[in-house]
Design a protein around this ligand. Structure first.
Ligand code: ADP
Ligand code: GLC
Length: 476
């Protein structure tokens, strides 16, 4: 099967979160199962310099298409080389953290190029049978495919419904969509032009990254206003839990760790903990339960709950190591905490791959009290590293962590419930045998991509075996 996987970030070339990890590892898993899968991505500076064997394979009406390979996996990549992607800053924001004002044009171009490659006007010989878009940045691809009469099937994969790509309606015509598409039965969403709504409306099928989140997004509480459409399309909404890339995330061969370990020598973790405590200015205390956080610092991640529980945490002798970037107020709050509790709390603001791996390995427990979590990868990395996660029962956290077996789960997004879970985790940590059992159960879980990749293949197959259907209003 020929699949075009359209994404706005990919590890290790450009990353802001889990989408980058999934964009690297899911296509690689699909390729190893025999799929002819290729990636389409904007040619940001990191992509142009990082892809291997790149050459120009087509001229586009806007810019050109470079063809190359991913550095580690060799999965083929097409990058759109155009000045609107060749900028400093991040993939979505400038150096000041503000959205690029022309994001509609930038990701409109990504989506339009995907649809072009799936059309009879494609400049390439290779034609995808399936176009899989990821999040709002590729949300217009199914719309363009619909209006150009493409024969390929479209799949919209939602990694986070809260990011919707909503813009002024003035962009509709400029991007080449028919004015009639700006309607409730189309790309309009509460008086705005929504890339995500377009993807959810026009795609042939919808997936999201865990079974629980697939249900949650059909409710008013978690549907971000899209619940009506998602309920309407419920037969087309599928939840497939992400896997993790074991070549990147395995403590027995992790290149970022000075000491490697596995289930049989978990006692070696203490050496990484000591290094971490020394490196971060935490007191050297072998028996202080060390909690790790590696996260985007945003409302989604529920980190304000951590603040209301910190006193309880310190009273029980715990330490905490935070690594993250995000909203300034969260960054400031964690920096103030580290100042107030020297030796017990350390805050590192920034993006640091090596520190992320060392926290995952050196911490005793991992905190993830998310308000919502479509899938979440860090809790799976935590289990893999013998660092049991304390998580809220939502989305992919609910689907991947079992309370008192592989981690500690609480239900309500309230300080009391979180505090109770933290206390249970600390008591368990102090009971060596019980804690080892939880660590080992987590490490024994199979988070490899293969099972999930096979679920995607089954969906691709079923899409190809059906007649062409588009969106909730249409059956062609
Ligand atoms: P999300 O995509 O919502 O941010 P996930 O748990 O799916 O959450 O994925 C987060 C990914 O980003 C993980 O690979 C995590 O290690 C990484 N990450 C997040 N923040 C940082 C950071 N400050 N430094 C290094 N890696 C980070
Ligand atoms: C999003 C979600 C996260 C998920 C990741 C990869 O960033 O917030 O829960 O793990 O995408 O699918």
């Amino acid at each position: 099967m020929r699949i075009l996987f359209v994404t706005s970030e990919i590890h290790p070339l450009v990353k802001t979160g889990g989408l980058a990890d999934v964009s690297a590892s899911l296509p690689a898993a699909l390729q190893s199962l025999g799929m002819d899968i290729r990636i389409l991505i904007p040619g940001y500076p990191g992509v142009l310099s990082g892809m291997k064997e790149a050459f120009e394979c087509a001229r586009l009406s806007e810019g050109s298409l470079l063809c190359g390979k991913m550095p580690d996996t060799g999965v083929p990549v097409y990058a759109i080389d155009h000045p609107i992607f060749r900028r400093g800053g991040g993939p979505y924001v400038d150096e000041q953290g503000l959205d690029w004002p022309d994001n509609a044009a930038r990701f409109g171009l990504l989506s339009k190029t995907a649809a072009l490659l799936a059309s009879r006007h494609s400049p390439l010989e290779w034609k995808p049978e399936i176009v899989q878009g990821n999040d709002w940045q590729s949300g217009l691809a199914p719309a363009f495919m619909h209006f150009s009469g493409s024969n390929a099937r479209s799949m919209m994969t939602v990694h986070n419904l809260a990011f919707q790509g909503n813009f002024s309606r003035d962009w509709v015509g400029g991007l080449g969509l028919p004015p009639s598409s700006y309607s409730m039965h189309g790309v309009e969403f509460h008086g705005r032009f929504s890339f995500l709504k377009a993807g959810l409306y026009y795609s042939n099928t919808i997936t999201t990254v865990s079974p629980s989140y697939a249900q949650e997004i059909q409710t008013p509480e978690m549907g971000c206003g899209m619940e009506g459409l998602l309920q309407h399309r419920r037969r087309d909404v599928h939840g497939i839990l992400n896997g993790i890339d074991l070549s990147e995330w395995s403590p027995e061969r992790d290149g970022y760790l000075n000491v490697k370990y596995d289930e049989s020598n978990l006692q070696s973790k203490i050496e990484i903990k000591r290094e971490l405590q020394a490196g971060l200015g935490l007191e050297r205390q072998d028996d202080a339960p060390l909690f790790g956080i590696v996260s985007r610092l945003t409302y989604q991640k529920g980190l304000d709950l951590v603040h209301s529980c910190l006193d309880a945490l310190f009273e029980q002798g715990a330490q905490i190591a935070v690594l993250g970037t995000g909203e300034k107020e969260y960054e400031q709050a964690f920096l103030r905490l580290a100042e107030k509790h020297p030796g017990r709390c350390s805050t590192s603001i920034g993006y640091d791959e090596s520190l992320a791996h060392n926290i995952m390995a050196g911490a005793d427990l991992f905190l993830m009290p998310s308000r919502f979590e479509p899938c979440g990868l860090n809790q799976m990395y935590g289990m893999r590293y013998g660092t049991p996660p304390v998580v809220r029962k939502t989305g992919g956290l609910a689907d991947s962590v079992t309370d008192n077996e592989t981690g500690f789960v609480f239900e309500k997004a309230e300080a009391g419930a979180f505090r109770e879970a933290i206390s249970r985790a600390i008591s368990c940590y102090r009971n060596r045998e019980a804690f080892r059992n939880i660590q080992r159960s987590g490490m024994a879980k199979n988070f490899a991509w293969e099972k999930s990749a096979r679920s995607y293949i089954a969906l691709y197959e079923s899409l190809l075996s059906q007649g062409l259907s588009t969106g909730p209003g249409f059956r062609i």
